[in-house]
Design a protein around this ligand. Sequence first.
Ligand code: NAD
Ligand code: 89V
Length: 340
Amino acid sequence: MVETIAVGLIGCGFFAQNHLNAWKDLAPEGVTLAAVCDIDADKARAAGETFGARWYTDAAAMLEQERLDLVDIATQMRTHAALVELTMRHRVPTIVQKPFGANLAEVRRMVEASRQAGVFLAVHENFRFQQPMRKIVEILRSGAIGTPNWARISFRTGYDVYSGQPYLRREERFVLIDLGVHVLDLARFFLGEVEHVSSELQYRNPAVRGEDTATMLLRHESGAVSVVECTYAAHRRPDSFPETLVEIEGDRGAIVTRIGSRIEVTSDGVMQVVDAEPPLLSWTERPWHVTQHSVLTTCRHMVEALRAGRPADTSAEDNLRTFALVEAAYGLEGKERPEA
Ligand code: NAD
Ligand code: 89V
């Protein structure tokens, strides 16, 4: 009999709808969505009533009144530090949506708060948990392409992300912190730690404030080199949203992904196709389903790590390394990445 995990969700906005559904789907695995919270009472009430949870408009009140085993923070980045400070003070294990914080100083403070408290803190960095990305790591570990020494990790879209997330238009630091954080994390996931990063940022869409295109060049500690790209300003057909397209070359072969979660693996001159498309769930729909499905696998991973008493793969300490790459790509072009 597994111990029940009572979850409290903070933030019931656009993306949190996926978290709500994921926690509901994990009920057979011993997870209960006990409480939800949003400063907007209409959103908190709607989430509470739809998902059968008690609802609050004040996170401090929720933490006082509930006995929670896990808090899931799905608010925007500028609110994360204060909410994490609150949950660490209550010694409640916590997951935070990406971007972990608004800047490196905040992220370091959150990591330190979790270290001091000795309490589980992890980042909901779901790209690593997408089915095709996990399959790629499985192929790399199998040795099928030999030692990986070059990669391109690419998220290029013109999909209208602004209709669901209008605040993105107003961000001064935009695509690198919003999307670069995902693809830089994938670069670490596939090729290991990074010793050098350089970047070029572009402002292609005059209707948005921040940079909407980032092209990064990374040298990994292994000696491998990767080109890591993201843009919300591409005009392509077909549009690959929300898929990350990956090419990795090794000394025995290559991995190339195509739209539709199709992975072409060449090993010693022979090419095979692997279908890594996630299933459609009752609450997922195209084109978002690859992302939505990964929310479920990310939440499941968090619960498993918590139950096992080990840090998540995307623990606070791990994600600090990804966040440091984002900051390096913004500010220290061509220099060594800041120490995590
Ligand atoms: P949103 O603005 O739609 O939702 C955030 C909600 O948090 C709002 O309803 C707001 O009222 C509430 N809120 C703010 N401060 C609060 C507080 N102190 N206590 C309780 N509630 C509070 O934003 P969103 O688009 O859902 O984005 C939320 C986060 O999810 C962002 O960090 C974003 O980057 C991330 N996101 C991740 C993915 C992904 O694939 N991982 C996709 C989209 C968004
Ligand atoms: O992660 C995000 O915030 C989203 C994405 C579409 C990439 O999932 O913008």
